[in-house]
Design a protein around this ligand. Structure first.
Ligand code: ADE
Length: 353
């Protein structure tokens, strides 16, 4: 650290002016998003809907803003309030979540909605939100700031990246993340915590991007050591990612007069509670033996899908003209069922269509 910078840290002035510069930029460049109120609106007494803020946060843990928008609009059109969502059957919500991935999140989403509906209102603090199912430290901080304007910080991977650059953080990534969270908490302005969180999200998404950050338009580059060094893309310096193990199996497209064969997957385990196509176990030591009841079949190709902890490769096997299947399975119309299937099964069905 340069001498001048050290002195600024010591004097507590290193980040003077940064929140204002960021908020000023946000006032001019805020993204318009369907769960958001506009910049300045909180100050004019407009109150964001915590249900929409929360729903967006849960979706955005899973996917990008462009991919989430369609899901968000479908969910809020179908279930405009947390009470409406809470009183919906699990299967309908799981089907609407299909394609967003990580289905434990959809189950927790429902649990959380039901708890809030039972309480009659949302807890309005970070600590209170933390007690709800599926709400971790990041989501609690984000919802408290965005929906209730509490002076909490919402530090996710994007904010980590922005501050890793500002600090030119070269230490152990675990320690640096803690340092970043501590710093961001001190920077949240008293009067505009919600906008501060939104501004950091927008900066991370549109300016301080993982690849080729656009420093020339960055409102806080004067505070950024990585910019001064000239190689912002070097940061964050993270430990190398572990190589994911590969699992193998077969998936079956079994067609009959009344559609395609599906099952409701067991509630525990991967894709739990979701609709699925018949499939073998997924194993690291090679494809499991074909399911006994499949019989005469044709292998038409392979689909790959990357899950959090492993990569899956499934041989796609089709069976035509079958009207009798074991009682754990059922036939569904092929058109309607595709949208309710998790992505890996959607890919298999598409390959067979
Ligand atoms: N990333 C995480 N939460 C977000 C939000 N509410 N708006 C935009 N991007 C986000």
């Amino acid at each position: 650290m340069a001498k001048r910078e050290k002195a600024a840290f010591a004097a507590g002035t290193r980040f003077d002016g940064l929140p204002d510069a960021l908020l000023d930029w946000y006032g001019r460049h805020a993204r318009t998003l369907p769960w958001r109120i506009g910049p300045g609106e909180r100050g004019r007494g407009v109150v964001p809907d915590p249900y929409r803020i929360w729903l967006a946060e849960i979706m955005l843990q899973q996917t990008t803003v462009p991919h989430a928008v369609g899901y968000f609009e479908t969910f809020t059109r179908t279930w405009p309030t947390v009470e409406a969502l809470a009183s919906t059957e699990d299967g309908d919500v799981m089907a609407a979540w299909a394609g967003l991935g990580y289905y434990a999140r959809a189950r927790n989403l429902l649990k959380c909605a039901r708890e809030v509906a039972a309480r009659g209102s949302w807890p309005k603090t970070e600590a209170g939100l933390r007690e709800l199912p599926g709400i971790g430290p990041y989501t609690a901080g984000a919802v408290a700031a965005l929906a209730f304007n509490e002076r909490s910080a919402a530090v996710d991977g994007n904010v980590d990246r922005v501050f890793a650059r500002i600090l030119a953080a070269k230490g152990e990534w675990k320690d640096e993340k803690r340092r970043i969270a501590d710093i961001v908490r001190t920077l949240v302005p008293e009067d505009r915590p919600g906008e501060f969180a939104e501004a950091l999200m927008d900066l991370g998404a549109t300016v301080c991007t993982p690849k080729r950050p656009n420093c020339l338009i960055c409102p806080i580059r004067d505070w950024c050591t990585a910019y001064t060094e000239g190689e912002p893309e070097r940061y964050p310096v993270k430990p190398a990612k572990k190589v994911k193990p590969v699992r193998y199996g077969e998936v079956y497209i079994v067609r009959g007069a009344s559609g395609v064969v599906v099952e409701t997957r067991p509630p525990q385990g991967l894709l739990g509670g979701m609709l699925g196509l018949p499939t073998t176990d997924w194993r690291e030591d090679g494809a499991a033996a074909r399911l006994e009841w499949i019989g005469d079949a044709e292998e038409i190709g392979e689909v790959k899908h990357v899950f959090t902890h492993f990569e899956l490769r499934l041989k796609v096997v089709t069976v035509e003209g079958r009207d009798l299947v074991p009682s754990d399975y059922e036939f569904r119309g092929e058109e309607g069922v595709a949208s309710a299937l998790p992505s890996v099964f959607k890919k298999a069905l598409k390959l067979a269509s």
